[in-house]
Ligand binder design. Structure first.
Ligand SMILES: Cc1cc2nc3c(=O)[nH]c(=O)nc-3n(C[C@H](O)[C@H](O)[C@H](O)COP(=O)(O)OP(=O)(O)OC[C@H]3O[C@@H](n4cnc5c(N)ncnc54)[C@H](O)[C@@H]3O)c2cc1C
Length: 446
């Protein structure tokens, strides 16, 4: 007898994307400026050269440090962050923006300090940027910066395979800790500015804890649900549908459209976890995902996945729901980005919602690529307010919002390749469609 629980009712009353998370996190980061002003003009570090360079170097480093800490906190995958930002893909987006901004702010710190020797002594200025200082406290900061430079180089300049990049990126936390040591050894004076001291201590502690939690303990402490592959169906030459069954006493609950991080335990596959959306689930708790072979891991999975393969599921994640106050909706699914819409449709087939008026535009290269079209056609029969139209690139070209004059009165949901999402969002903005009416889920975290 299998005992498990599977709730699938869409969350009601949850506005899809509450964006105050961004305001809050940027607010916390920029709070460092008024706090620093408390001890202005007495900086905690005594220098005998232009005050502008001293203040600029201090403000840039402190702002960079605050952003660095917050970008680490955002990697902890806490569910509350998904509520605040509107889904894990949005959390990663702000993690990236804050991380990059932090890097350039921190880089500006020694550059401002080295500018005191420009133009009279360029070599002295350049040497200053290297971790060759007599004082350890300064070298700690320099090592932290050069560590970030190397890792950012592999993020922004040299593109290495995602899974290798992910491993390298985990070392960011180590350089954050060096930065914390630099900050405290270099001289945070609690007596001169207690509030700033407390603020920086809290950011240091939460940044280090978040990094240790996500990069060291996460796989040890995070609950993973055990499933087994029971069916493999090749839908076309690049998409495989995998059916999984929960192991004994496995309980999971998720919302239509949500995804899990899947780790397939097979000697033929690297022990990596990748996000895939649950497209369907049956009464007896079997679930289905569709995987498009896009890169090294999914290519491998496509060719080796077989019934009997154990899998671990970590999640659920995602806040991409059709539940909205506006029943007039446009759903735009491109390629394997149709997955969350397929999940919604399978749910609505069981529990039709006749107040919904949905136009689904299924954007594919050609008709043959429109997998599971029959599911959407079945929903058309069951829910008269639902209508599906295949947009075949080979026949119709791309979906053009301008050809749908009433589109700005609707709630718009988009999931598909980055280029499709960007183009359509740009055209919708040109049509003055309010940003709040456009909801998307990104199938890539970088
Ligand atoms: C929210 C979400 C839901 C998704 N749902 C599905 C789905 O239902 N079906 C499907 O076919 N694909 C889905 N994907 C995409 C899928 O996760 C990637 O295609 C897959 O991880 C690619 O790995 P790769 O090694 O084959 O490709 P790579 O070439 O290594 O990576 C290609 C891109 O995939 C992303 N990616 C790679 N590895 C990971 C990882 N471990 N975690 C997060 N992103 C990664 C990166 O953005 C990378 O640039 C989803 C992605 C996200 C973010």
């Amino acid at each position: 007898m299998l005992s498990y629980e599977l709730t699938n009712k869409p969350r009601t009353g949850l506005l899809i994307e509450k964006k105050y998370g961004s305001w809050m996190f940027w607010g916390i980061a920029l709070l460092v400026i008024p706090l620093w002003m408390i001890s202005y003009p007495e900086t905690t570090v005594k220098h005998n050269f232009s005050p502008f360079l001293v203040y600029a170097s201090q403000l840039s480093s402190l702002t960079g440090f605050a952003l660095f800490s917050l970008s680490l906190i955002l990697t902890s995958r806490l569910s509350i962050f998904e509520n605040w930002f509107g889904g894990l893909d949005k959390v990663f987006k702000i993690h990236r923006v804050m991380g990059k901004t932090a890097f350039f702010c921190i880089l500006a710190h020694p550059v401002f300090l080295a500018l005191r020797w420009i133009p009279q002594d360029f070599s002295k200025a350049l040497w200053y940027l290297l971790p060759l200082h007599r004082r350890l406290a300064i070298n700690l900061g320099s090592w932290a910066l050069w560590g970030m430079i190397i890792l950012i180089f592999f993020t922004l300049v040299i593109k290495i395979p995602y899974d290798k990049w992910k491993i390298s990126h985990k070392f960011m936390g180590f350089f954050f800790i060096l930065g914390v040591a630099h900050l405290f050894f270099q001289g945070i004076s609690f007596s001169e500015n207690l509030l700033l001291g407390i603020y920086l201590s809290l950011l240091s502690a939460s940044g280090i804890s978040a990094w240790l939690y996500k990069s060291v303990f996460f796989d040890l402490v995070k609950k993973k649900s055990q499933f087994t592959v029971i069916g493999v169906q090749y839908l076309n030459d690049s998409i495989v549908e995998i059916e999984l069954q929960p192991r004994k006493n496995t309980k999971i609950s998720f919302q239509p459209g949500q995804f899990y991080f899947f780790t397939f335990l097979s000697e033929d596959l690297p022990a990596e976890s990748h996000p895939f959306t649950i497209c369907d689930r049956t009464e007896d708790a079997r679930i289905k995902i569709m995987v498009k072979s896009l890169g090294d891991y999914t290519n491998r999975l496509y060719s080796v996945v077989a019934p009997g393969t154990p899998a671990l599921l970590e999640g659920p994640y995602g806040r991409f729901f059709y539940s909205s106050t506006n029943a007039q909706q446009v759903w735009l699914g491109g390629g394997v980005g149709i997955a969350p819409f397929l999940s919604w449709a399978n749910y609505l087939l069981n529990t039709p919602n006749h107040s919904l008026k949905v136009e689904l535009y299924y954007c594919v290269k050609n008709i043959a690529a429109a997998i599971h079209l029959s599911t959407f056609e079945a929903l058309e029969k069951k829910m008269p307010g639902f209508h599906v139209e295949v947009i075949s690139e080979e026949i119709n070209g791309y979906f053009k919002p301008s050809e749908h004059p009433e589109i700005h009165t609707k709630e718009i949901f988009i999931c598909g390749p980055k280029s499709m999402r960007k183009t359509i969002c740009k055209e919708l903005r040109a049509l003055k469609v309010p940003k709040a009416k456009i909801h998307s889920e990104e199938f890539d975290f970088n």
